[in-house]
Design a protein around this ligand. Structure first.
Ligand code: ADP
Length: 444
């Protein structure tokens, strides 16, 4: 960092005139373009204080978030401007990137094409290609069975997945067994040691590494129902009825005990604290915590709360107090053996030739589960075209997967690790990120 004299001069200048908006904006832009993402984020935030609702600055902040995999935070930053008619098209493209990364392809496509129709120069060929890829097929196992739906649209789902459907991650599964499953299966044993079941587990790690998949499998392993809630969705509903939606979601889980209640993107809640509607957000955080703590001792009996985030550093400290999400569990990117196992699981219901999954695992360094799913989907699609032309089913083979792997770009594990390294090295006073230490020291 120090060797970049131009950048250092800019930093010094900005320190001397902290109210100089163009200067700070310029510094933020330079930091972003050079990949100092956390520092760029801080500069953009400071600039936004000087010029609230400035579209260019908001766009820069959102880009810094997206590149750090903090998609919920990016959407939170963009939201006030996206609600304004005629907002700058570039913001729509950024929102599309964040939405797509969160798996919300429909809304991502809507934002993207709306933006490009107004200004074709903001188009992004790579993003467009990913948006037009065929939607991911549903789980290969039984389709989810919707039960009663509360106001926010969350549904009860019994996918039938278990830990056997989660490849690798032995340490993570073991941690979840001890934290979630054993206390419920053998309450006497835990009581004997003075431990109670309860308290939430916070799964964190790079996007697409399998946090949602793991939570769903934990529910199946336990024979529990699964309720999956995107926290950003609840917040986005209607200002003012978010509280009702939260209550309805907790009630849905309580009616379906034993139940795993899964909150994705918990960082979104924290990010909203810094937005305009401070008072309202504060109230929401408080209500969330009140529901989590349970109105009375037994309110959440049989409800296991799991949360996930790509950006644990944005999660409110109030969430990490004892009895809440006091048990962070890192969901790492898969190593070669785990990648081979994930590929085997993803391909198990397809017509297959003899497969060398290890060979595919070797060329997919830095791919996470979601990327591997993309590889398999792409290979299957190509095979389907061939089979249709040939008039018979041609089985999937190793070269098909190798070819598809060439055309799939792995998501941002490297950038995620760079951000994580920043926090581990510079903001780890409490030791919260110790678990990440060996990972961020690795080569990415
Ligand atoms: P995250 O919630 O961390 O963003 P997901 O759980 O949505 O990631 O993972 C994306 C997809 O990748 C899952 O739907 C699943 O098909 C696949 N996947 C990820 N990890 C694994 C794994 N360990 N074993 C099998 N499939 C996996």
């Amino acid at each position: 960092m120090l060797h970049d004299a131009g950048l250092q001069a800019l930093r010094d200048a900005a320190r001397l005139s902290p109210d100089n908006l163009p200067l700070r904006h310029h510094l933020a832009g330079q930091l972003l373009s050079k990949g100092y993402l956390a520092e760029a984020e801080a500069e953009y935030r400071a600039a936004l204080v000087l010029a609230p609702r400035n579209a260019e600055i908001t766009a820069g902040l959102a880009e810094a978030f997206v590149r750090q995999s903090a998609y919920g935070a990016a959407l939170a930053a963009l939201e006030p401007l996206l609600a304004t008619p005629g907002y700058p098209p570039r913001l729509g493209v950024l929102a599309a990137q964040a939405l797509l990364a969160e798996g919300d392809t429909a809304r991502a496509a809507h934002r993207y094409y709306e933006a490009v129709s107004r200004d074709p120069s903001v188009g992004d060929a790579d993003l467009a290609a990913r948006l037009s890829a065929p939607p991911a097929p549903p789980y290969p196992v039984a389709a989810p069975v919707p039960a009663s739906a509360p106001a926010d649209g969350a549904e009860v789902d019994r996918s039938g997945l278990s830990f056997a459907d989660v490849a690798g991650m032995e340490a993570v599964k073991e941690a979840l067994r001890i934290k979630l499953l054993l206390p419920l299966q053998q309450p006497e044993l835990f009581a004997a040691f003075g431990k109670r079941a309860g308290g939430g587990v916070l799964l964190y790690g790079p996007p697409g590494a399998g946090k949602t998949h793991l939570a769903r499998a934990a529910a199946g392993e336990l024979g529990a129902a699964f309720v999956n809630v995107g926290l950003a969705d609840i917040l986005d509903m209607y200002i003012g009825s978010s509280e009702r939606n939260l209550r309805a979601t907790f009630d849905l889980a309580r009616r379906n005990r034993p139940c795993v209640l899964f909150f994705d993107e918990v960082d979104a809640l924290a990010a909203r604290r810094s937005d305009m509607r401070q008072a309202h957000t504060r109230q929401l955080v408080n209500q969330f915590l009140a529901e989590l703590d349970g109105v009375d001792q037994n309110a959440n009996e049989g409800v296991l709360v799991l949360a996930a985030t790509n950006a644990p550093w944005y999660v409110d400290v109030a969430f990490r107090r004892p009895g809440r999400f006091d048990q962070p569990v890192f969901v790492p990117p898969p190593d070669a053996a785990a990648r081979a196992a994930i590929l085997r699981i993803l391909c198990r219901d397809k017509p297959l030739a003899e497969m060398d999954f290890d060979a595919v695992a070797r060329v997919t360094d830095h791919f996470v589960g979601a990327d591997l799913k993309g590889v398999v989907d792409r290979a299957v699609e190509a095979k389907l075209h061939q089979s249709i032309s040939a008039g018979r089913a041609i089985p999937l083979s190793t070269p098909d997967l190798l070819a598809a792997a060439q055309s799939v770009r792995p998501t941002a594990v490297r950038e995620w690790m760079a951000t994580a390294r920043n926090y581990v090295m510079h903001a780890n006073d409490s030791g919260a990120w110790d678990e990440l230490m060996p990972w961020v020291k690795g080569k990415w």
